[in-house]
Design a protein around this ligand. Structure first.
Ligand code: NAD
Length: 424
């Protein structure tokens, strides 16, 4: 064993065989023989389970599951499961987590897990009177909402507040009621939608209007996760690299064309963890991008700056509507296993690690972009994809990758030539 039991610092993890990596993970997370077998089962989802999850099932579809190593979040080491089809993401996360732990590691936190349910109210005859009536009935409305989910209330969650907004739209003025619900360890969409539906007739009476939509908002700006890390200038390549990363970030923050790709890189990390835990990653994507545009201009989700020691300081703040009860997390056997691999017992812990991975991923992309360029690290992996596309199999794959990289032209036509030549 290259590292002590609780540590996520595992050097050369990428050089080990799959069996060795699984053995390390099994030792660290106390996996059972069945759980080890599940990891190697090609996705872990039986047709039976799949058929109960969605409609019209004809099969299952597996993703590679990798473990990002070296993460230390709030003083605790975590192995981070990531499911993703894109090469380089797990490697970049692990590398940047290593640089971050050379400082003080990553500090992360989150708000209470409060989601927003929206009730759209049309044809309100007197907006002032409607607002007054709803405000006066707030206590009853919250009580009625909470009666719908005694389990959530028992776990310390439930409806917390009601807010009213006037929205000007193409279809005229409308009143919008926000129901704020603390969802504890649930993502909360079902819980919140149910509450909104039950409140609707009461809200109609109070406002003398007509309720149309009753649905959760994915702009979960009351449920934010935040990660912050200081990276020593020596670790990242010197003060010039620090300055260049700050300039690269400033470009993204100022220009939506750059920000879209910059934030996509952050979501590479967040969505990969989300997939491993069978989270609703569309909800996360929608929330993140809407939050990035919250002040009217689409901006960077991170900020990067230089502190007085010349070190790099990164902060990511992003809505994180995730859950570890409900949804598919408890139905998907691999997602359940991932909870054990990462040692997660509360949704907030998962949210904090996900924000940390997003921050590390962003640093990985920025560092590569300001230094050797993004293609350098991708080249070998890209070559591997190309030779496989060109028909290489088994031992031939590695030999073809070597030949293609040596040729200096990582292109499909060259890959076809190389594979043809090596096949003789
Ligand atoms: P859910 O309804 O399956 O389960 C949540 C319930 O679990 C809670 O309401 C509560 O009663 C119970 N519970 C038990 N222990 C709890 C604990 N410790 N903390 C909190 N609750 C606890 O799931 P959900 O989270 O309400 O809904 C998530 C699902 O809704 C996802 O699958 C998502 O894809 C889907 N969805 C999303 C949207 C959207 O994002 N726009 C819309 C509709 C549905």
């Amino acid at each position: 064993m290259a590292s002590e039991k609780g540590s996520s610092r595992i050097s050369g993890f990428y050089r080990k065989s799959i069996e060795e990596r699984v053995a390390i993970a099994a030792e660290k997370a106390d996996l059972t023989a069945e759980e080890v077998e599940l990891l190697g089962s090609g996705g872990g989802l039986t047709l039976d389970v799949a058929d109960r999850m969605i409609e019209n099932v004809v099969g299952t579809m597996a993703y590679p599951l990798g473990l990002a190593v070296n993460f230390r979040v709030n003083g605790r080491d975590r192995l981070v499961p990531m499911a993703i089809e894109e090469p380089s993401v797990v490697a970049a996360a692990s590398n940047m987590a290593r640089l971050m732990r050379e400082g003080d590691g990553i500090e992360a936190g989150c708000t209470d897990p409060v989601m927003i349910g929206q009730i759209q109210i049309l044809d309100v005859p007197d907006v002032g009177a409607a607002k007054k009536a709803v405000t006066e009935a707030k206590g009853e409305l919250i009580e009625l909402a909470n009666q719908q989910d005694p389990v959530l209330v028992r776990f310390g969650g439930g409806a917390r507040d009601i807010q009213l907004r006037e929205v000007d739209s193409e279809a005229g003025k409308m009143l919008v009621l926000h129901l704020l619900v603390d969802c504890r360890d649930a993502m909360g969409a079902n819980a919140v939608n149910t509450m909104c539906e039950v409140l609707a007739p009461v809200v109609e009476k109070l406002t003398e209007g007509r309720v149309l939509l009753r649905i959760i908002s994915n702009l979960a700006d009351n449920r934010l996760a935040r990660a912050e890390a200081v990276v020593k200038k020596e670790a990242i390549g010197g003060e010039q690299v620090v300055d260049d990363i700050v300039s690269a970030w400033a470009f993204a923050d100022a220009d939506p064309y750059r920000a879209a790709t910059h934030n996509k890189g952050i979501m590479n990390g967040i969505v990969a963890v989300a997939l491993a835990f069978a989270q609703d990653h569309r909800a996360l994507e929608a929330g993140a991008h809407a939050y990035a545009a919250r002040d009217g201009r689409y901006r960077s989700l991170t900020t990067w700056s230089k502190n007085e020691d010349g070190d790099l300081v990164g902060v990511l703040e992003v809505p994180m509507a995730i859950g570890i009860v409900g949804g598919a997390t408890r139905t998907h056997p691999v997602a359940r296993l991932c909870l054990k691999l990462m040692g997660v017992s509360k949704a907030t812990e998962l949210a904090e690690v996900m924000a940390s991975v997003g921050l590390a991923q962003n640093l990985g992309a920025l560092r590569a972009l300001v230094q050797e360029g993004i293609q350098h690290g991708h080249m070998r992996l890209h070559a591997r994809n190309l030779v496989v596309m060109a028909g290489a199999e088994g031992d031939l794959v590695d030999r073809a990758v070597e030949a293609l990289v040596e040729s200096g032209e990582i292109r499909f036509d060259r890959a076809q030539e190389v594979v043809k030549r090596l096949k003789g």
